[in-house]
Design a protein around this ligand. Structure first.
Ligand SMILES: Cc1cc2nc3c(=O)[nH]c(=O)nc-3n(C[C@H](O)[C@H](O)[C@H](O)COP(=O)(O)OP(=O)(O)OC[C@H]3O[C@@H](n4cnc5c(N)ncnc54)[C@H](O)[C@@H]3O)c2cc1C
Length: 376
């Protein structure tokens, strides 16, 4: 990677949805791409529960898309040949008022509008994108710890144990939550102040949250005319939804933990016991006991959450200032994580919007694309 090939070499930091889509778009245009991912897997906040063979079962990260309002994901689903199905919502919602009060079944309108699930989960998008990237362009286990603008090349210092070293590229797209882009690596020279401030001010969507998936032998709530939805002010789960496969199998529920991260930290492994107690209190003794419970606490994930995310009030990110989408260092540095998107920042849609916007601006600035589409 240290010598220039026929096409410009573009480094991409982060192989979440945004980094993968960025890589595919650039590779399709003939650029040589090098995607550096700190984890041992691509996908970032898209993380799944799988069976022993690696087959997708459920989501510990995002679940829903809103194709009716999200034109970009709609195009990508077509491009990647992926299908959606309805979120199951038929039947009563259970209102949970805590251990000393009876559960209240209610027929409520849905909390969301037009939300759909992906067949194979968002994991299917990650798998399809990864398959479209040229072989060897993705380096997992490769955290970028320093970015150095030297002469007309950019040196990326990569840590980790897989292939540590210094790699150089012509241009760089940083596809990370903005706060991680700012604090997760050293910048030489330092980033301009206005940019640093804007990156630091963008909250990372869902960084404070913990998500729970519980599997059951059968979706017994459906047999009882219940949707599987629970709303609770008591918790630990404040919002629960049916998360079964399209035919009801595997039978599953997912929920968001409402108890804050410091409380979760104190509870440690006991959180699962509280979740199981709550599910039993809501469904009663006749409800099946979960066959397994999976918890992902995103607040504890240093590749998502920074301290400031845990201190901020939970608020959906609003589109950030233009500076996070503008060319930096003479057009050699761009940002593309979901939170940098002009539309739907923080969401799956935003991750794809951000990828498209960074690629369009970088390639417009570089002139036409450098060569024919590579075949893969
Ligand atoms: C629990 C949860 C529920 C959600 N629900 C929904 C939903 O229902 N619908 C929806 O639209 N969105 C939802 N989201 C948001 C959605 O997951 C994100 O918008 C999207 O996945 C972000 O993709 P990204 O590529 O921008 O960022 P990320 O997925 O965060 O990817 C960034 C990548 O960079 C890597 N990285 C970090 N630092 C470095 C470094 N120094 N060097 C190299 N690599 C690095 C990380 O490991 C990661 O792989 C949810 C998120 C969570 C956590």
């Amino acid at each position: 990677m240290t010598s220039r090939s026929s096409g410009a070499e573009i480094g991409i930091i982060g192989a979440g949805l945004s980094g993968l889509a960025t890589g595919v778009l650039l590779a399709d245009m003939g650029y040589s791409v090098h995607v550096f991912e700190a984890r041992d897997r691509p996908g970032g906040r898209i993380q799944s529960v799988t069976d022993r063979t690696g087959r997708y079962l459920a989501d510990l990260g995002p679940t829903w898309i809103w194709p009716a309002f999200q034109p970009t994901i709609t195009r990508w689903l077509e491009k990647l040949d992926l299908a959606t199905f309805e979120q199951f919502e038929l039947g009563e919602t259970l209102l949970d008022h805590g251990p000393d009060h009876p559960v209240e079944p209610r027929l409520l309108s849905t909390g969301q509008s037009g939300h759909q699930r992906l067949l194979g989960g968002p994991q299917a998008m990650v798998d399809r994108l990864r398959a479209r990237l040229p072989a060897s362009s993705l380096r997992t286990g490769s955290p970028v710890v320093e970015v150095d603008f030297v002469g007309d090349r950019i040196a990326l210092k990569v840590g980790g144990e897989v292939s540590p070293g210094v790699f150089t590229v012509d241009d760089l797209i940083v596809a990370l939550p903005p706060r991680l882009a700012l604090t997760g690596m050293a910048w030489r020279p330092a980033l301009p102040q206005a940019l640093s401030q804007a990156l630091g001010a963008m909250p990372t969507w869902m960084a404070q949250h913990a998500k729970v998936v519980a599997f059951f032998d059968r979706a017994f709530w459906r047999e009882r005319g219940q949707s599987g939805r629970i709303l609770s002010r008591v918790g630990p789960l404040v919002e629960v939804h049916d998360h079964s496969g399209p035919d009801g199998k595997p039978a599953a529920l997912f929920g968001f933990v409402g108890w804050p991260s410091d409380v979760r930290n104190k509870l440690g492994g006991d959180l699962e016991l509280h979740v199981r107690d709550q599910l039993q209190r809501c469904f009663g003794k006749a409800g099946d006991v979960p066959t397994s419970v999976h918890i992902k606490d995103w607040a504890k994930d240093p590749l998502v959450a920074v301290q400031r995310d845990l201190a901020d009030p939970i608020d959906h990110p609003k589109p950030g200032p233009a500076v996070i989408r503008e060319a930096q260092f003479g057009g050699r540095l761009w940002f593309a994580g979901s939170e940098t998107a002009e539309q739907s920042p923080g969401l799956i849609e935003g991750a794809l919007v951000a990828a498209e916007q960074a690629v369009a601006r970088l390639t417009a600035r570089n002139g036409s694309s450098p060569g024919p589409t590579t075949t893969h």
